[in-house]
Structure formats: structure tokens, C-alpha cells
Design a protein around this ligand. Structure first.
Ligand SMILES: Cc1ncc(COP(=O)(O)O)c(C=O)c1O
Length: 414
């Protein structure tokens, strides 16, 4: 007989924590102290942010990087640099963090949702094609969880329609598509360094590009609308101060030293766990197409089909947590179901377009299904551990499966 679930009074599979996050050490300390003592705490006179911009861009296949205060602002600046205007349409996936679409509204443009593929959890190029109208100007594919979206197909659509592609690479530091780095696949890309991300300075972001004209526009918007040849108190375009500070630059330089090794570890562990878990009925780890030559596993995601597995997702999550495996269901709704979209509470943005928009009526069956009943997330720091940690997760899932009848009965009572 299978050992009893910890949720029902049995012994947990695991009682040790997984790798904690953030990971830091002497390099962060040394760079931070040097910055402190230099007295150059702002980006304008320091060297850390400038060094980081260059190193990060080169590692991600780009000539140019513009560091900013967070990933949300990075997306908005990229949209403004691309020349997006009021009522232009920008195609985004419904299954992503709020900022992918809110940044479009904050650029006074209209987010148009195209559903994701149920297996890869990334934007489906056929849905993108179907969402295009004469007003479409840009696409923001998200490399969700750290697995590159199908950029060959998306760039082909963009070329045909003369659209700008901005990769939302908030999850994809170090990820590769056909051996090319995420961040170098579209016209521009945006990364985040918020606390949970695969490299972090608490808050922060960067735009990467190989296009000098777009980089110059981003740089100007990041720096109060200044121009490289203009006077200091001369402001050419509407913008603000979105410059990253030197302390964050110092931490990011140190974090960048670790990125390659950490990404290899996460990818190795993630692939191993995916192979282990996919043996169980009803468990579908994020499908990895051959084009993904490196997954950065910001998240390890799977779908659980409750009918085939024998217990509903909410109960599976509770049971895994009780076994000592941290996990969650991720987003509760796809973006068009968020109150902000349902109620069109767009503040001062889209004063004219708002009246004709109706986000309540459209259907995004794949995004809705995984939000409502199927998705489970495991966070990136777990994948910095050893293979034995992956075995614990696989053993816990097997134990939950073996106890599915008892778990189903528990969930009916709960
Ligand atoms: C997919 C995605 N895009 C954009 C962002 C925004 O990044 P930030 O939190 O740095 O503003 C996030 C962050 O959580 C994200 O997950």
C-alpha cells in the first residue's frame, strides 16, 4: 500500500528547504562597497550600470543595452521608441503577467489578446495571425517561464505586415532559441531584475537591441527626453527619469557572473524533472520544442488534467505542499478577465478607443483552462539544487498519484 499523504497525517517526502533565493556572495559585497565608497551612486557618473549594460547586451546577442528601473517600464519605453501611437494595436498573450499588457495601455495603445498554445504555454502564431487588423503595429511575445516563444514564425508574420516585435524576456535570462539568445530575436527585448527573477537587484530592467536608432530613442526616453548631442537642460520627447542606480548596477554585475552556470543547472534539472513527471497519467510538463536550445526555467510549469490524474489541481497543490514541495497554481485569471480589463479602468489612457473596446466577450480557451483548473508552478531557485531535489519532487508527485482516491475524497470534504 502507498505511504499515507502528509496532508492526511502521513510523513512528508521532504522536510528540508530547497535552495533559497537570492544567491549572493563576496562579489556583490565587493562591488557594492566600492560603489558606496566612490560616492558615485547615480548612473550619470558611475561605471557599474554602464558596464552592466554592455556585458548583459553582449551575453544576450546584442550590441546595445539600456538599463531602466524595472521590466514594466522597459516594455513601455520600447513601445514608445517603436513609435506606437494612440489606438495602435499591440498583440499580446492573455497568459502572462499584467505588465505585458498594462505597458501597452500606458503607451496609450490597445492590447489585443491572442491565445497561447496549450502545450508550450507560449503565444500561438496562428492566433497572432488571426488577431491582426489594419491597426496592428506591434507584437509582444513572452518567453513564458523561460522557454523562447516561436520567434521564427512570429518574425515572419511581422516582416510580412511591417510590425515591430518586442520580446518580453522577463523570464528568459540566458535562454536560447535555435542557439540564439532570447533578447536578440526581435527588434527589441525587455528583461526584468525584480526580486523573483533569475538574476536580480531587487528591482530593475533592461532593453536590449541591435538597432542603433531604436537604442537611441530608448536612451532618450530613459533619460528625461535628452539627446546625446543636446544641452543638458534640453528635453526633446515626453518621458521621465527611468535610470537605474549604481548600487543596483553593482549587484547586477555580480549576478551576471553567476548567470551562465546557474542557467545550465536550472536547464539540466528542469529537463530531468520534466522527463520524470511526464510518466504519470494526466501530468503534462511544458512541452519543449526542438527550437528551444536552452530553457532558463524561471518557472517549471505543468498542466494537470484532473480527470486523467484522478484528483483536481487544487488538491494536488495542497498535497504537494504538505509533502514539503513548494508550488502554486500561478495566475488565477488570464489577463482579459482581470478587473482592470473587464471594467476598462484605464485612467487617462485611451480616452477615445476605450468606448469601443470590450474585453468581456472574447474567448481564450487555452489560457482560461490553465488558469482555472490545470496549471502548477514551481519557482526557479528550486532548480539550482541537486538531482536529489528533483527526485524528491518526482517522488512526491508519484505519492500524490498513488493516493489519488484518498485525495479526491479529501477534496470533496474540504
Ligand atoms: C512576463 C513578465 N513581464 C514583465 C514583467 C515586469 O517586470 P517588473 O516586475 O520588473 O516590472 C514581469 C515581472 O514580474 C513578468 O513576469
Amino acid at each position: 500500500m502507498a505511504p499515507k499523504l502528509a496532508l492526511l497525517g502521513g510523513t512528508p517526502v521532504r522536510n528540508q528547504p530547497f535552495t533559497s533565493w537570492p544567491v549572493f556572495g563576496k562579489t556583490e559585497e565587493r562591488r557594492l562597497l566600492r560603489t558606496l565608497r566612490s560616492g558615485q551612486w547615480g548612473r550619470l557618473h558611475g561605471t557599474e550600470v554602464a558596464e552592466f549594460e554592455n556585458r548583459f547586451a553582449v551575453m544576450h546577442g546584442c550590441r546595445l543595452g539600456i538599463a531602466v528601473v524595472n521590466g514594466t517600464v522597459a516594455l513601455r519605453i520600447a513601445l514608445l521608441a517603436a513609435g506606437i501611437r494612440e489606438e495602435d494595436e499591440v498583440i499580446v498573450p492573455p497568459y502572462t503577467f499584467f505588465s505585458t499588457a498594462s505597458s501597452v495601455i500606458e503607451a496609450n495603445a490597445v492590447p489585443v489578446f491572442a491565445d497561447i498554445d496549450l502545450d508550450t504555454f507560449n503565444l500561438d502564431p496562428r492566433a497572432v495571425e488571426a488577431a491582426i487588423t489594419p491597426r496592428t503595429r506591434a507584437i509582444i511575445p513572452v518567453h513564458f517561464a523561460g522557454q523562447p516563444a516561436d520567434l521564427n514564425a512570429i518574425m515572419a508574420i511581422a516582416r510580412k505586415r511591417k510590425l515591430t516585435v518586442i520580446e518580453d524576456a522577463a523570464h528568459a535570462h540566458g535562454a536560447m532559441y535555435r542557439n540564439r539568445p532570447a533578447g536578440s530575436l526581435g527588434h527589441m527585448a525587455s528583461f526584468s531584475f525584480q526580486s523573483s527573477k533569475n538574476m536580480s537587484s531587487g528591482e530593475g530592467g533592461i532593453i536590449t537591441t541591435n538597432n542603433g536608432r531604436l537604442a537611441e530613442a530608448c536612451r532618450s526616453i530613459q533619460n528625461c527626453g535628452r539627446s546625446p548631442t543636446g544641452l543638458w537642460y534640453e528635453h526633446h520627447v515626453i518621458s521621465g527619469n527611468y535610470r537605474l542606480g549604481e548600487f543596483q548596477g553593482a549587484v547586477l554585475n555580480a549576478q551576471l557572473d553567476r548567470l551562465e552556470g546557474q542557467t545550465q543547472t536550472r536547464d539540466r534539472n528542469g529537463q530531468y524533472l520534466a522527463a520524470e513527471l511526464s510518466r504519470l497519467p494526466g501530468i503534462h510538463p511544458q512541452k519543449r520544442p526542438g527550437d528551444c536550445t536552452r530553457h532558463s526555467y524561471h518557472l517549471f510549469m505543468l498542466r494537470v488534467d484532473g480527470r486523467k490524474f484522478g484528483a483536481p489541481r487544487v488538491a494536488v497543490i495542497k498535497a504537494l505542499q504538505a509533502e514539503g514541495i513548494p508550488c502554486s497554481g500561478g495566475y488565477g485569471y488570464s489577463l482579459p478577465r482581470q478587473p482592470m480589463f473587464r471594467n476598462k479602468t484605464f485612467g487617462p489612457y485611451l480616452p477615445n478607443a476605450s468606448a469601443r473596446l470590450n474585453y468581456r466577450k472574447d474567448s481564450y480557451p487555452n489560457s482560461d483552462l490553465i488558469c482555472r483548473e490545470q496549471c502548477i508552478w514551481f519557482e526557479q531557485s528550486i532548480f539550482l539544487g541537486r538531482r536529489a531535489d528533483m527526485d524528491d519532487i518526482a517522488r512526491a508527485m508519484e505519492k500524490v498519484y498513488e493516493n489519488r482516491e484518498a485525495l479526491k475524497a479529501w477534496s470533496r470534504r474540504a
